[in-house]
Design a protein around this ligand. Sequence first.
Ligand code: NAD
Ligand code: UD1
Length: 340
Amino acid sequence: MLDSILVTGGAGYIGSHVVVTLLQSGHNVIVLDNLCNSSASSLDRAYQITGRKPVFIQGDVRDRELLDKLFTQHQVSSVLHFAGLKAVGESTREPLKYYENNIVGSVGLCQAMASAGVFKLVFSSSATVYGEPEQMPISESFATGAPTNPYGRSKLMTEQVLMDLASSDPRWSIALLRYFNPVGAHPTGLIGEDPNGIPNNLLPYISQVAIGKLKELTVFGSDYPTKDGTGVRDYIHVVDLAEGHLKALQAINDKQGLNVWNLGTGRGYSVLEMIRAFEQASNRVITYRMAPRRPGDIAECWAAPDKAEKELGWKAERTLNDMMIDTWRWQSLNPNGYTE
Ligand code: NAD
Ligand code: UD1
């Protein structure tokens, strides 16, 4: 049997880009996804891009029997764990759903991995675990803070579970990747972000205004202590992020224990800068209005990316304009996402 990488949540936004990167670099890939927030079309598109097919298993990461069978039938060398729920607002209304899926799901996955003798894991964490740091840029040595919602807490708690696991048994090699704000789409325009309903995140919202599906953008807060009063974030191209996963996968082959890496660019852009950059790339006007701050938002957040550069030999290469052009290409070629 050939070695494969198991990608949980591989049909989703970030996972599908990582699947493309893995296939292009010659890895065999198995995707486990219950499609609760995605479509299997993303994997057909990954095949169109790469000419290679991942094995797709539609199922839930909390299904222990299914995991045991999967590990028996396939020789899995490592696991990239994206499967989880990510809607901040919903997590406040239905916290148990988030703790169950994100924490219990991760615990079950690790139990199944251990019983199959698979000890290499890359986990999708988030800059949200830093809470609201007093200083920028944020480096991995900063204490984790107090995330403002159950989604964020589910990420922080899962990190803690994985830290305890790595200290309990030296066979584990775990990477916690703390993403800043992933945006953009594959440059082919074939895969991208396809949010359900009205988007919560900035760039999907802007692109739906550009295409005329939404009337105007609401800018949440114009009185932050930032360059122009609007929130500042470290937006990172999803293909750069995908390449970071490949590097992390290589690194955990040589390292034991648990390692934390920020995946960000080290640059912050304000909401107004994002609007202007999108207008330039798309040649469309984005109508917006200023509104009060969104509860739970922080003023600014950007990464110190040097640890990843030094230890993984990875740094984000794509520019803000690349992020905008690729988002716009995906949005205009697929106005309804993966729904034909
Ligand atoms: P996504 O919703 O597009 O992808 C998640 C995938 O996991 C989906 O395909 C979904 O169907 C699947 N899934 C969910 N629960 C599952 C389960 N129990 N069993 C099997 N499959 C399941 O989200 P994304 O943006 O690609 O995010 C991927 C990961 O990265 C998530 O863990 C998310 O919390 C984390 N993350 C995302 C961001 C972001 O801005 N997108 C930022 C930081 C961290
Ligand atoms: C949000 C989540 C965070 C998650 C991240 C990536 C919250 C509080 N945090 O982060 O947990 O990890 O997404 O999925 O939801 N903005 C507007 N108008 C909009 C949307 C956003 O002005 O319609 C502003 C926000 O106030 C913020 C910036 O745009 O300043 C980015 O927002 P968003 O894309 O939602 O990401 P985060 O808030 O950083």
